[in-house]
Design a protein around this ligand. Sequence first.
Ligand SMILES: Cc1cc2nc3c(=O)[nH]c(=O)nc-3n(C[C@H](O)[C@H](O)[C@H](O)COP(=O)(O)OP(=O)(O)OC[C@H]3O[C@@H](n4cnc5c(N)ncnc54)[C@H](O)[C@@H]3O)c2cc1C
Length: 286
Amino acid sequence: MIPAGFDYEVAESVEHAIELLGNGEDTKLLAGGHSLLPAMKLRLARPALLVDVGRLNDLAYVKEEGETIAIGALTRHKDVASSPELREHCAIVSYTAGHVGDPQVRHRGTIGGSLAHGDPASDLPSVILALHGELVARGPGGDRAIPAGEFFTGVWQTALAPHEVLVEIRVPKLGAAGWSYTKMARRAQDWATVAVAAVVHGNGSVERAAVALTNMGATTLRATAVEKALVGGASIDDAAALAADGTEPPTDHMASSDFRKHLARVLTRRALEEASRRSGRRARGG
Ligand SMILES: Cc1cc2nc3c(=O)[nH]c(=O)nc-3n(C[C@H](O)[C@H](O)[C@H](O)COP(=O)(O)OP(=O)(O)OC[C@H]3O[C@@H](n4cnc5c(N)ncnc54)[C@H](O)[C@@H]3O)c2cc1C
């Protein structure tokens, strides 16, 4: 449980962090440290240099930009959870951030660290995927926006280049759309055994739907068969029955692969029911 030796630098700005990263080989950014430090203690990660970006307060914000909400990558989970802008316009993000780990984790962990870590068991990747969010990476050549659908590439792997810093996450305002993040965990405040993020547009008939699954494969996954069935007029029960189609969830200490498939179907039905209740309420002005 003791990490391998490493050097440590504190970044004074994003540009300084990029400079310290160099080509990114053997170097890691440190944000809240709640995923990286455990990995280093287990020697699953052995960076030669840690670049601490945890004090870059100008990357800790939530602000409205037209039809979008922009979230700074260094925003802590507790600040995402309590953000008035998110609670009003994109409550699936604030709700989910409020269900990440326990209060200590939420006071240190950041939304950017959670996404950049690329853990398929993390909660926020599925939410950002279901929202068709965008992730803004900054490197020596400037900024580039990466659609959430292209960001998560494997277990602990993302489309971020080793010399890039994730600076911002953009999500749409949801208007009257219904939403749900439905999580099953073995213990309170634990990682999801399986969870489902659902966003449903339309009142009565479904015009658009996005469903993303946590811990059902190497990355967060879209349940596209469910989405197509809903838009084609299928009932929630019939659509949810397709939730595990095409997935190959892992077997581990929390659950077998088959049990995860069962959970995906049950939780998708519950998530869609909750999303459709919320969408009906908002359409009635509730
Ligand atoms: C006890 C415990 C329980 C937890 N429970 C949950 C849970 O229920 N659900 C859940 O989703 N998560 C859970 N987590 C994980 C937690 O949410 C972490 O805070 C989060 O995954 C990582 O965020 P961080 O800021 O701590 O990142 P760090 O650990 O500092 O970094 C993680 C990775 O992201 C990289 N990184 C960080 N910031 C950036 C950036 N701006 N740009 C580029 N790369 C960056 C780092 O280099 C590193 O590779 C738990 C953690 C603990 C310790």
